[in-house]
Design a protein around this ligand. Structure first.
Ligand SMILES: OC[C@H]1O[C@H](O[C@H]2[C@H](O)[C@@H](O)[C@H](O)O[C@@H]2CO)[C@H](O)[C@@H](O)[C@@H]1O
Length: 344
């Protein structure tokens, strides 16, 4: 494995570092210290390296829009309605960053807003790791407990990227992290030609503010039925009468025996990525509201430039105990993993 640590940019007077790993097949993983951002997941192609994820050339561009492009998300992914929740017999009120009183993607000082400490572990010849860590104070966004978090990315010689999240808090708290990764596997600007398969029979009903109501909606017979694989262009066309004009939905996934929950593939280039997670949720966001002022590496922003696939536990969990339990006792180290296996 080849590894490197380089200064990539300066943002808010801080050096932003890029940590890179290249495996024996020429697959490259590049992670930025700011936001623990997945900057590059590139595979060899006839035209040179092909980055399978959306990216920018400057840190400022990542943070000048509300789309969290390929950034770490925490403490909790998705929306927490009302900015308040009960846990362990107490009521907590946390900081909000959307609409009247919604906490989106962990709040105003979430995982994407800080420059994480990092190091590379290349002691294993078949799998190198990039280890990022940061302590989020309770005073940052009013969640209980100072929480030391780690995001550990690894790349092995079987073209598998594994992302392990770890957290340990000084008080009982919530932890439901994810990676806001947007894929576009094709050589086209848009994702329309790609096929998405999801192991899900239902998705969540949400309010006009996108807060889960607690009801599940069956996917069969609707544009949401990705169970056998569906062309994304056709599926998006099926959503044109809706306010969103595409997908921005939380699918209730059933992980297979090997934890596979979804696969995105591009029939034209034969590239694919398989996503594995043991948790029960996957957000699918087809970048419906991307705007032309976004200076992405593949061009000016436009709807459907990428598809965000965010594996997590169903969000707003504290208000819906049947969605799962994302609480973590004080002093307990909680871990979650997401794997991305690429073929090309
Ligand atoms: O306000 C910016 C955009 O916010 C939303 O997009 C988020 C989406 O709802 C989440 O499910 C996803 O995990 O993250 C997206 C980026 O923040 C709106 O849906 C979108 O229309 C807004 O433009």
């Amino acid at each position: 494995m080849k590894t490197a640590t380089t200064k990539w940019d300066t943002y808010q007077n801080q050096a932003v570092t890029e940590y890179t790993i290249e495996n024996k097949n020429g697959v490259k993983l590049g992670i930025l210290s700011w936001g623990a951002t997945l900057h590059t997941l590139s595979v060899p192609s006839k035209d040179g390296d092909k980055n399978l994820v959306l990216s920018y050339h400057k840190m400022e561009d990542y943070l000048s829009n509300p789309f969290y492009v390929c950034m770490g998300i925490g403490r909790i992914g998705g929306r927490l309605g009302g900015g308040t929740f009960e846990m362990g017999g107490k009521t907590y009120t946390v900081d909000t960053n959307e609409g009247k009183d919604t906490t989106l993607h962990g709040g105003p000082h979430g995982f994407n807003t800080v420059n994480w400490d990092g190091e590379i572990d290349d002691s294993d010849a078949n799998e190198a790791k990039i280890i990022l860590s940061h302590t989020f104070k309770s005073s940052d966004d009013s969640f209980p407990g100072d929480m030391t978090a780690k995001m550990i990315y690894s790349l092995d010689n079987n073209d598998r990227v594994n992302l392990k999240f770890e957290a340990n808090s000084t008080a009982l708290t919530l932890f439901n992290p994810t990676l806001h990764v947007y894929f576009n596997l094709s050589d086209d600007q848009l994702i329309s030609g790609q096929t998405l398969q999801i192991n899900a029979k239902e998705h969540l009903e949400v309010t006009s503010e996108k807060i889960p109501t607690g009801n599940f909606i069956q996917n069969a017979g609707t544009p949401f039925d990705f169970s056998k694989g569906q062309n994304l262009g056709e599926a998006i066309r099926g959503m044109q009468g809706t306010t969103e004009k595409g997908f921005d939905d939380l699918f209730h996934v059933e992980p297979a025996a090997d934890n596979k929950i979804a696969e995105l593939s591009d029939p034209q280039s034969n590239r694919s990525v398989t996503i594995k997670s043991s948790r029960n949720g996957l957000v699918v966001f087809t970048a419906n509201s991307f705007t032309s002022d976004m200076k992405l590496a593949t061009g000016a922003g436009q709807p459907y430039m990428g598809v965000a696939l965010e594996a997590q536990t169903l969000s707003d969990t504290p208000h819906h105990p049947n969605f799962g339990d994302v609480s973590v006792p004080a002093g307990k180290t909680q871990t979650y993993e997401i794997a991305y296996e690429v073929k090309y």
